[in-house]
Design a protein around this ligand. Sequence first.
Ligand code: SF4
Length: 375
Amino acid sequence: MHLYVHVPFCRSKCAYCGFVSYPYDRGRVEDYLQALTEEIRVLGKRWQRPEISSLYVGGGTPSLLAPFELEGIFRAIRDSFSVKPELEFTLEGNPESIGSPDYLGQLRRLGVNRLSLGLQSLNNESLVFLDRRHTAEQGIEACRLAREAGFENLSVDLLWSIPGQDLSGWLVELKTLADLGIRHISCYALGLEPGTVLEGLDRSGDVFWPSEEDQARMYLQGISLLWEKGLRQYEISNFAVEGFACRHNMGYWLGRDYLGFGPAAVSTVGTRRWKNPEGLQDYLKAPAGGRSRSGGEETGVREQINELLMLRLRTTRGLRLKEYFELAGRDLLAENRLLINELERKGLIVRQQGRLCLTPEGMLVSDSLITGFFV
Ligand code: SF4
């Protein structure tokens, strides 16, 4: 089983952010931590202390929490779950809140063995446009300090397709990080989330996005550059040196069981799925034992089939056709012969060793391509 903890606090809201997050406030943090640890203990007991192979603390900005606060969360997890010795333990952080050797050393002592840094860009103009609170120099310094503190398993989040960004600048960003020895990079296309500052700006017509051709070049040439640097693509947006793929996220794409704690966190166990209340107040008000059951439902076979397509085809391993047949009782190739031939001819999909996989060009249009197979 995999665990996810959502920490919904940030110092300020970035212009593009659609995640559930609230301004950092001491009183609110204390209430949250109390509710969270209670939820962890109740769920651990309900599921009879299952074994966990990964723990991912994301947000929001988890690195805003003090080490003693994080320790309280981890204590509740250790008390309520059976933690595998080789646990992958990831914490997300931002350069301005994580960049002190003392803090990083305390994270190591708490058992964090994978750090995911939200750099987003190495271009200061882009960082200002995105309303980030740090500079490119602070981002690079945070990487250096994390490596010095012993975080070999260090991941960096970057955004591409930012208005004002060009292909050569983007490739320089990737090269800089690869040359720094970063072993895992997540590259997300900047999108428009409802209700964000960026969405408002875009509506006013003042935002000039890179053209579709430039976006395609950024994605495809980025993949080639990272490949040359030894970071292989293993999912639409994720690249890693061998042995450094994120086990937590792979678990999600492979459909493993996971429990989510905190506001808006989603859980899936077998065919049952539920989501915690999104609002912090609603989350705090709900009884710990009922919090994670609100809105819970059994996923139907049709939903399971479509999800199998959506999750497996995101990865470079692709979809095992036998797995599809076992769930759906149908032959994907036979039912979609014309479509698959067409996609193969266009170089968007390949069949190999009993699997169907998207090519990099296919991943660029993955949403529309995958939904074409939906039942
Ligand atoms: S730091 Fe991350 S979660 Fe917080 S507002 Fe910015 S993008 Fe959103």
